[in-house]
Design a protein around this ligand. Sequence first.
Ligand code: ATP
Ligand code: MG
Length: 407
Amino acid sequence: MIPKVYTDKRYGLNKEQISNNALSIILKLQNNGYKAFLVGGCIRDSIKGENPKDFDIVTNCEPEEIRGIFRNSRIIGKRFKLVHITFANEIVETTTFRSGTDASSESIEIDEDGKIVRDNQWGTQEEDAFRRDFTINALYYDPYSNEISDYTTGLKDLKEKKIKFIGDPETRIQEDPIRILRAIRFASKLKFQIDHKAHNPIKNSVLKLKHMPPARLYEEILKLFLSGHASESYRNLKAFGIMEVLFPFHGVDIDEYHEFLVKAFFDTDNRIKNNKPLNPGFLFATLMWPRVAHNSGLKERLDFQKFYRVVATTIKEQQQICAIPRRFISFIKDIWMNQVRFKNFGKKSIGFTQSLRFRAAYDFFLIRGAIEPELKTDINWWTEFRASNYDKKNRLLKEKRKEMRKN
Ligand code: ATP
Ligand code: MG
């Protein structure tokens, strides 16, 4: 099949936007007689006027040969080998054209006797295009011939703002259900519509997500919520009934927590805009909060035993779906535990505002205000208190205690 070929200028693409390292790799591969293109997200994002996150290269050169051409390279991956070419400021992933329908990199084809019939099989550029997930992700750009090759309807769909599966959506979701989350992610990030033909296949398969490897789900959840489009991701995940699959709310009425999540994601997206760091622990503390708040009674009166029980079950249940790294767990628990301290006004309050974990707990407390109007007075008090100097803090505490004695 001959792809449609367009010139880059027409689509606002030009070499200037491309990393020099990536350009140099392509040139070297081409000079060695190979085909080499930029592919995937970087082309999609550049044409949309967004800054590409990284530059993926694809070639008909096989990993060992790539390794031979670039001294600064390293082969990674067991079954589907790919090459990382390392520079001072970036790593450029260089992959060989692949056939096969599953791009999830770990997949193999097994025959009736359970034997591997196909493994690490390289393919043609055409096969490589058709094994990709969405039309907008299957564009190839040669920065030296200035041509974009389109085997599907990628450029048209980019223009029409459509996320369209390559091939039959149901089959492609069956092959790799994670593609559901990828569809949602790109729709949210680019503000595109998911092709209507894919709506039912997605809705019918959301439960399959529960059986995906927890490490992969964790990575996808981070990309959905920590890339600057958390609010859109939430809206889309909710519309497709995926929130309750990824975060099993059980008996909890998630609608009661809608405004809480909306505020949390609004803040998250703002932090990205302002180049502030984001902690995955904070994200998961938010996502699991409806269950913890609802089941622990933390909001009324703290019963430590009950609280710890609820925390343990909630985290355990969540871990069965996605693998939250251990190092975030104590941070998450601290955020929740520290919510109690906003109800206490004593000498320890001063130390609390100076502790390492105060900021996260305080930000979380503010978000709770979105659905707990009764917190308003305390929120205002703590906001003034934390910004005050030692003497003023003491004065505020004295006043507060006097006021509490009166009531
Ligand atoms: P970004 O890097 O901005 O998240 P991307 O499109 O580059 O977006 P990657 O995960 O880096 O996404 O994958 C690179 C390319 O590999 C994709 O553009 C797509 O063509 C292909 N690909 C990745 N994952 C899959 C998948 N699960 N199924 C099919 N193709 C995939
Ligand atoms: Mg990429």
